[in-house]
Design a protein around this ligand. Structure first.
Ligand code: URP
Ligand code: ZN
Ligand code: ZN
Length: 455
């Protein structure tokens, strides 16, 4: 036996129980009390939680965006991931006009084969159907384990936007192939109209990033997506949900039986739009922006009630000097914030301090992500699954600082956030990769996750 984790409290999406966990060949091979095995490595987890590694369904590593490239490389971003208990990331490569899906994904795979510190999958962002070729190529992509694709309904000027017709074609084709379409929903025309007006009036601080795309700008697009998906009878996954009105439309569609899946992010659960009034407000600029208290309360209520399916990060950090480009003009601030190392600790702290259960955190950060996106070997402490395991100390206090993160960025919106409880070890397919503050793995040990199609 490779590894025996003894006496910890195993947490699944439905229950918690004290048990040993035995690992061999990178897989969980037995779960039970007082397992009678000897092992190369025995870990005493008494008093600790034994959790499945999180799957961060939303990251942007080394992404060309906002006139620069996001600050975490595939190496530093995946290193940070495992140090926060994330053992699989889903990255979002963006198609340049004319590019093929597999050409794009293979170029990223080449880098990740050398650099990945955790396992990885791709949701490919489609910006151009290449005269319909992409609709054909999606079949090949699905057969190679890329079973989800993304549409931006924004970023029109950046050439990344998908119009309603293209969205509909992609939704229908994805359904036919057993794939999923993920959507970033905001209304670009409303954003442009409001931005133009604020700039004309000399209103250029970070606050006007929020004001140019407030609640109703996101809600319009959320509702449009729900409308199309419901009437076309296709599943859809809304990424980084941040507003109450759109959330309510999604919940209503779910209650009517439509497969509308909802992702939110820790930044929307923690911060409100008030952060944009701060002197360093530009550092919090991401799209969609943080919203008002009512939206934040609605997100927590929906999360607790089981309506939110996943919590992911939208990890897309930029360096301070890049954020500073927009000191006097919010339109020049690269959009995105750090989060991959904070996801699981933040959500587990919420459980540890009584806001929701540990089982629910496991469900939204691990089990549901694996199920929705076809990662058959991931997402649970169960026999036969990959031994992606996090040992969590409920009593360890931790204050987030850029100095104790494992990324390449020079600041974080999470600076000073105090957490009660913290991961102390992460195992990737049975190998220790994070140990009490240190990355101890080897870049390149992360594998591509070939995903199954939806039934
Ligand atoms: O501000 C953000 N979210 N940047 C990353 C790209 C995206 O929209 O997801
Ligand atoms: Zn987005
Ligand atoms: Zn994103």
């Amino acid at each position: 036996m490779e590894l025996l984790i003894k006496g910890g409290t195993v947490v699944t999406a439905t229950e918690s129980f004290v048990s040993d966990v035995a690992v061999d060949g990178g897989k969980i091979v037995a779960i039970g009390k007082n397992l009678p095995f000897s092992a190369d490595q025995v870990v005493d987890a008494t008093g600790r939680l034994v959790l499945p590694g999180a799957l961060d369904a939303h990251t942007h590593m080394a992404m060309p965006f906002g006139g620069t490239v996001s600050a975490d490389s595939y190496l530093s971003g995946t290193r940070a991931a495992v140090c926060g208990g994330v053992t699989t990331i889903f990255d979002y490569p963006v198609q340049h006009k004319g590019e093929t899906i597999l050409g794009l994904v293979n170029s990223k795979k080449e880098i990740l084969e050398k650099d990945a510190c955790c396992d990885y999958a791709f949701h490919c962002c489609i910006t151009d159907l290449n005269d319909g070729e992409i609709l054909d190529e999606m079949e090949q992509a699905v057969s190679e384990g890329i079973t989800s694709f993304k549409c931006f309904l924004v970023y029109k000027k950046e050439g990344m936007m998908v119009d309603d017709g293209m969205l509909a074609r992609l939704l229908l084709r994805a359904k036919e192939l057993g794939a999923m379409i993920n959507v970033h929903a905001e209304n670009p025309d409303l954003i442009d109209l409001r931005t133009e007006q604020y700039l004309k009036e000399g209103k250029t601080s970070a606050w006007y990033h929020y004001m140019s795309r407030p609640e109703f700008v996101e809600a319009e697009a959320d509702k449009r997506v729900v409308h199309w998906a419901s009437h076309l009878d296709t599943p859809v996954y809304l990424v980084h949900m941040a507003d109450k009105e759109g959330l309510e439309a999604c919940i209503k569609a779910k209650e009517e039986g439509h497969e509308v899946l909802i992702e939110t992010c820790p930044q929307y659960l923690e911060f409100t739009c008030d952060v944009y009034k701060r002197e360093d407000g530009r550092n919090f600029v991401c799209s969609p922006p943080m919203k008002g208290q009512e939206s934040q309360d609605a997100l927590w209520t929906a999360l607790k009630a089981g309506f939110i399916d996943t919590v992911a990060t939208d990890h897309c950090p930029f360096q301070s000097y890049e954020k500073d480009w927009g000191k006097d003009d919010f339109t020049k601030i690269p959009n995105g914030c750090a989060g991959v190392e904070n996801l699981y600790p933040y959500m587990l702290d919420a459980a540890n301090t009584g806001k929701l259960s540990f089982e629910r955190v496991v469900e939204v950060c691990s089990t549901n992500v694996a199920k929705i996106f076809g990662c058959e070997n991931k997402g649970a402490i169960a026999v036969g699954k990959d031994a992606d395991i996090v040992i969590y100390d409920k009593d360890k206090d931790f204050t987030i600082s850029v100095d104790n993160m494992h990324s390449d960025y020079d600041h974080t919106i999470w600076e000073g956030k105090k957490l009660h409880g913290y991961p102390v070890q992460t195992y990737l397919r049975g190998k220790l990769v994070y140990d009490n503050g240190d990355y101890v793995g080897t870049p390149g040990m992360g594998n591509f996750v070939k995903r199954a199609k939806r039934a």
